[in-house]
Design a protein around this ligand. Structure first.
Ligand code: ADP
Ligand code: MG
Length: 720
């Protein structure tokens, strides 16, 4: 057995296990060792069936029988049930929408059941509803007995691994045990240099692996988690700081501007710049003058006016002539995550530049446009992709706005000097590297985001960028009135919305999903779907109004049509999934209803709410929760209290759970590193150590293991 060897060589795997491991990204022995428990159960918390009470969450061990599947009589929801017996009594377990559970468990098997105890109203009978189930080899002999302890040892903590269909915690635990027994752990390479381990009092990798998978006591598990969290943050920091060093080696087009020149441009705006906008513009213009490429992140809450900053700095670039030339101009590329946003920014740039002889073009998967049009100097015209590519290549079009289509190989610029990236937090090192020309000239790079994230996360994932905060809202914005609405408050809210709509305003309704849930899917989310909600609002609630639907599965052209109709006031109520989350600007929409709000993170809810912070009309946000749960309502209430998105993001980090900051999906950071991000000191230490190493030894030649693992990480950068 070796660390890189495939699991299949050492374990007999059933097809469902193979599939599950693949989904978890576990291929090798080392991968499995680095698949950490999400928490630990304590066998001493285990209960006897006879002592269970309604409402509690309990763990019982027993024998399962009477497994059967059925369909709800009226609801047609598929159900599975079984009976668990532990010597003190019997209790039923019922699973909704998960019929495969009954299929996967053998009649008469010994199982561990964990879940909530409910009570049947009519009969008072207790049952487990939707509990977790896994088969075990033997039953503990009594409460407090160790299930996993081999002869002689006594663990009362057992690891619980992240849930996944097909491979159980128990299987992983035993597989890890087998790897430990093989003795190969002795040679497991430690990525963290020894001096750093001892400086921060962190366990070595071998000890930490044993402690994280099979802790004798909680403090060992915690020490191990701390070590691996440090390791991940340290690696990310090394990678980012190396990338920053690399990037700064590229020279860049220097863009020099007199203040008056810029002032003339901004003085035409219909508003005075906020001082935060002034500061951001100044920081970018200062970077432009340096002889290496800028990489800066502009982080500003929804509606803080990032577009004006982008337009002003773009103006500085396109009015500069290329080096060693006294004609022509530098070019700007503005990249957006969706076609809707690209089209919207195209329109707003036209407004910013209409008085100047500056051509602006739009390129997306569904077509190309150019402003001004020859026949209509105030408007744009459709042009062919080939024509556009030609004009971009010969420098005639200085500003190109678009989706990813923008940085494809076929798009060649003559003098690309400045790239603006809107709302794409995953525009990583690899993508950035593609922008560097063969002669090592790179464009200045500005990433803009409204996604407020905690400081520790920003230090980590944006470690290679310089940060500018746009921490001031344009004046005159009325705070949005936010109401958390419980299920019985729905009718009253619809009446208030009707009043707003009568006054000529428009409304967004955000749903957590597109379609009705597929009842055969595991744990199908029973949340409102955009399609069904559209139908319901149209037929039952607002028959006199125009209701339309918007979601990611609509064709791109279709999406834009719907958006246009909404923007032009032809649609009163737009029911949508969170695709409208980022950047969409419809000033007349003053009401947003968010359905199933408990399924969104607070920072995301804040983003959604920002959709109606676009004008001087009073705006309203109605947050519907599908439960009356006190904890949910308390969490949502933070939306009313928090002063800004950053506060909410910190809140999300602290109370992380389903639907909130999900590390891997959203940021490419593992769960264990997300834990670490609650600890500013640790993040700062990892950052400082990484900085020291890179400063001493830029290519990490003295740390080949580290150099190698950073290279692997680089390859993993995702692209939305
Ligand atoms: P975001 O930062 O979310 O991208 P936008 O750039 O879309 O925000 O700006 C939101 C709205 O605020 C736009 O309608 C824009 O014209 C307006 N705006 C921007 N800056 C100011 C300002 N300094 N004063 C008043 N309104 C502004
Ligand atoms: Mg924006």
């Amino acid at each position: 057995m070796t660390f890189p060897s495939a699991l299949e060589e050492h374990f007999r795997l059933w097809p469902p296990q193979k599939a599950a491991l693949k989904k978890l990204g576990i291929k090798t022995i080392a991968d499995l060792l680095y698949h950490f428990p999400s928490r630990y159960g304590d066998t001493s918390e285990m209960k006897n069936v006879a002592n269970l009470a309604q409402g509690e969450t309990a763990v019982v061990f027993g024998k399962i029988s009477g497994l059967k599947m059925s369909k709800g009589f009226r609801t047609k929801i598929s159900m599975a049930e079984g009976l668990i017996e532990d010597g003190t009594g019997k209790i039923k377990a019922v699973w909704f929408n998960q019929p495969y559970l009954a299929k996967m468990t053998a009649e008469g098997a010994l199982v561990r059941i964990e879940g909530k105890i409910s009570e049947r109203k009519k009969t008072g009978e207790l049952y487990f509803s939707n509990p977790k189930i896994e088969t075990v080899d033997k039953l503990p002999t009594g409460v407090g007995d160790s299930l996993f302890g081999a002869a002689g040892e006594k663990h009362s903590l057992y690891p619980v691994y992240p849930e996944s269909r097909g491979v159980t915690s128990n299987w992983i635990y035993h597989a890890v045990g087998k790897i430990f027994k093989s003795g190969i752990l002795e040679n497991f390479p430690d990525l963290i240099p020894k001096d750093i381990l001892s400086k921060y009092n962190l366990p070595g990798v071998k000890t930490a692996l044993v402690w994280i998978h099979a802790p004798q006591k909680t403090s060992d598990a915690l020490a191990a988690r701390k070590r691996f969290a440090f390791e991940e943050v340290f690696l990310i920091q090394l990678q980012k700081q190396r990338a920053k060093k690399e990037w700064q080696k590229n020279s860049s087009c220097s863009i020099n501007h007199a203040e008056e020149h810029i002032k003339k441009f901004t003085s035409r705006f219909s508003f005075p710049l906020t001082s935060a906008q002034e500061r951001a513009i100044a920081a970018i213009l200062a970077d432009f003058k340096k002889n290496f490429a800028m990489s800066r992140l502009l982080e500003g809450d929804v509606g803080s006016g990032k577009t004006a900053v982008a337009a002003t700095t773009a103006y500085a670039a396109v009015t500069t002539t290329p080096r060693n030339q006294n004609f022509g101009n530098l070019q700007v590329a503005y990249m957006c995550p969706t076609e809707i946003l690209a089209a919207q920014h195209f329109e707003s740039f036209i407004k910013y530049f209409s008085h100047l002889p500056v051509q602006i073009a739009l390129i997306t998967g569904s077509g190309c446009r150019k402003f001004p049009s020859k026949v209509n100097p105030d408007g744009w015209t459709d042009i062919s992709r080939n024509q556009l590519l030609k004009w971009v290549a010969n420098g005639e079009i200085p500003i190109l706005i678009g989706t990813h289509a923008l940085i494809q190989k076929s798009v060649k610029f003559k003098n690309l000097a400045y790239v603006i990236i809107d709302e794409q937090h995953r525009f990583g090192t690899a993508q950035r590297q593609k922008l560097v020309r063969k002669d090592h000239i790179a464009p200045h790079l500005l990433s803009m985001t409204a996604t407020p994230i905690p400081r520790t996360l920003a230090l980590t994932i944006y470690g290679d960028l310089d940060l500018t905060l746009l921490d001031e809202m344009p004046p005159g914005r009325k705070p949005i009135i936010t109401e958390i609405v419980l299920p019985n408050g729905r009718e009253a809210v619809y009446e208030k919305i009707r009043m707003e709509l009568k006054a000529g305003r428009q409304t967004f309704v955000i749903c957590p999903r597109i379609d009705e849930p597929d009842p055969t899917k595991a744990l199908a989310v029973q949340a409102k779907s955009a399609k069904a909600e559209t139908k319901r609002l149209k037929e039952k609630i607002f028959p006199e109004l125009t209701v339309a639907v918007m979601h990611s599965k609509l064709k791109d052209g279709e999406k834009e049509k719907v958006m246009d109709r909404f923007r032009n006031g032809k649609i009163d109520i737009l029911v949508s999934t969170s695709v409208v989350e980022v950047g969409v600007n419809v000033p007349n929409a003053t009401v947003i209803v968010i359905e199933g709000a408990e399924r969104f993170g607070l920072a995301q809810l804040h983003q959604l709410r920002g959709r109606v912070l676009r004008s001087t009309h009073q705006a309203y946000c109605y947050v519907f929760a599908e439960t009356n749960s006190k904890a949910v309502v308390a969490r949502l209430d933070a939306l009313r209290r928090a002063k800004d998105g950053f506060e909410l993001a910190e809140y999300d980090l602290k109370f992380r759970g389903a639907g909130e900051l999900s590390g891997r999906q959203q940021w490419g950071v593992s769960d264990i590193a997300m834990e670490a991000l609650q600890n500013l000191k640790m993040v700062e230490a990892a950052r400082a150590e990484a900085g020291r190493l890179i400063a001493e030894d830029e290519t990490l030649s003295r740390y080949p293991l580290l150099a190698e693992s950073i290279k692997t990480r680089d390859g993993e950068v995702h692209f939305e």
